[in-house]
Design a protein around this ligand. Structure first.
Ligand SMILES: Cc1ncc(COP(=O)(O)O)c(C=O)c1O
Length: 382
């Protein structure tokens, strides 16, 4: 039998798949993988039906449906006062995952260094490895998962080709502020490097905070690929649609990759989203309150258990300390909790190269109240 030397020898099945399968096997309440268990807006589903019944069956334009790119440009202007050219600066991709992959392939060359902040989303490093680059892990620090600017400065050098930030941050929920982006711009100034800003949870921010986008920082915007996800915003992660905003020269290079990864993303869904965004710009404006209610409800449920919830400033994830329940390392604890107590979570050590000695798991609270209640009932018994 012929074998194949792996190009990604460190990569196995992702923890998200492992925990979701374990949850199914043991009929556990699945608060592990980050997807809502409620439906997209009914009117959006009707627009999908209409698009499917219409003429949107052949390839969309390679950079994305023009109607959708116009709707995105209008939203960026209205929400962030950021003006971009939908023709030259916006590309619709098959999920934010594809945008991240395309940007990394476009930018990173053999032996280039890419700085990521741990705990970090799992798709970054394999994409960097496939491009021949080296991932440099800088840990976020303190209880609030903030950037240690000195450590970032130490990590930067003339081989640094790309820095990846994520705000609101999965798994901690931490937010980068406008001042953070100013500091970042200052630190990156001497280097000929690019920025990938993963902003897929842009609308899931709490307690009156507003999302700070890297695109609003004029200096960073010149070197930035900003990545967004329709899946997160419209409760439709399975549609796998996202987009990247970048200056024309950067977009041109991203599209060279995009056109040979997917060529174009699904056409009827793009049309439906364009129509819905135009008809309902209030949808994303309502999301902070919509998710804050769930966050507060779940945190209240958790406080009646031995878990200690950490403050979640954004995203639909809640970190919780389980040290009052068990001394098991988090991966074993998460397995035990699923198998023996029927609630699936994500251990946060998987987001690190060098995990700290912490007892933290991540719950996803983008769920119906009945799902959160069912989980809480089981967790109260611990
Ligand atoms: C931080 C982060 N970036 C990117 C993605 C991928 O988004 P999409 O489903 O649109 O590919 C996710 C999904 O969980 C995420 O949490």
């Amino acid at each position: 039998m012929k074998t194949l030397e792996s190009k990604l020898p460190q990569v196995g099945t992702t923890i998200f798949t492992v925990m979701s399968q374990l949850a199914e096997q043991h009929r556990a309440v699945n608060l592990s993988q980050g997807f809502p268990d409620f439906r997209p807006p009914q009117e959006l589903l009707e627009l999908v039906d209409r698009a499917l019944g219409g003429r949107y069956h052949q390839y969309a334009l390679m950079p994305g449906s023009m109607a959708l790119r116009n709707a995105i440009a209008e939203k960026l202007a209205a929400l962030y006062a950021v003006r971009v050219d939908p023709v030259a600066e916006i590309t619709v991709t098959s999920g934010a995952t594809e945008a991240i992959f395309d940007a990394i392939q476009a930018v990173v060359r053999r032996d280039d260094e890419v700085v990521v902040f741990d705990p970090c989303y799992d798709s970054y490093e394999p994409s960097i490895t496939l491009a021949g680059g080296r991932t440099v892990h800088v840990p976020l620090t303190g209880p609030n998962f903030t950037i240690d600017w000195d450590r970032l400065q130490q990590a930067l050098n003339r081989r640094t080709r790309l820095v990846i930030v994520n705000s609101p941050h999965n798994p901690s929920g931490a937010l980068l502020t406008r001042e953070d982006f100013e500091r970042l711009a200052e630190l990156l100034r001497p280097y000929d490097c690019y920025l990938l800003s993963d902003e897929v949870y842009e609308h899931v921010v709490f307690d009156g905070a507003t999302h700070a986008t890297a695109l609003a920082n004029a200096e960073l915007a010149e070197r930035c690929f900003a990545v967004f996800s329709f899946g997160k915003t419209y409760h439709a992660t399975g549609w796998k649609l996202g987009y990247c905003v970048a200056p024309p020269a950067l977009t041109g290079e991203l599209r060279r990759v995009h056109q040979y990864v997917t060529f174009a993303s699904t056409s009827p869904l793009q049309q439906a989203l364009a129509d819905y965004m135009t008809a309902h710009p209030e949808h994303h404006l309502n999301l902070p309150a919509f998710y804050q209610e769930r966050r507060d409800r779940f945190a209240a449920l958790l406080s009646a258990t031995k878990f200690r919830p950490l403050r979640a400033a954004g995203t639909y994830f809640q970190l919780a300390d389980y040290s009052a329940i068990s001394t098991l390392p988090d991966v074993e604890f998460a397995r035990w909790l699923t198998i023996e107590h029927g609630v699936a979570t994500i251990p946060i050590s998987v987001f690190y190269r060098e995990p700290p000695d912490a007892r933290l798991v991540r719950f996803c609270f983008a769920k119906e109240n009945s799902t959160l209640d069912a989980a809480a009932e089981k967790l109260r018994r611990l």
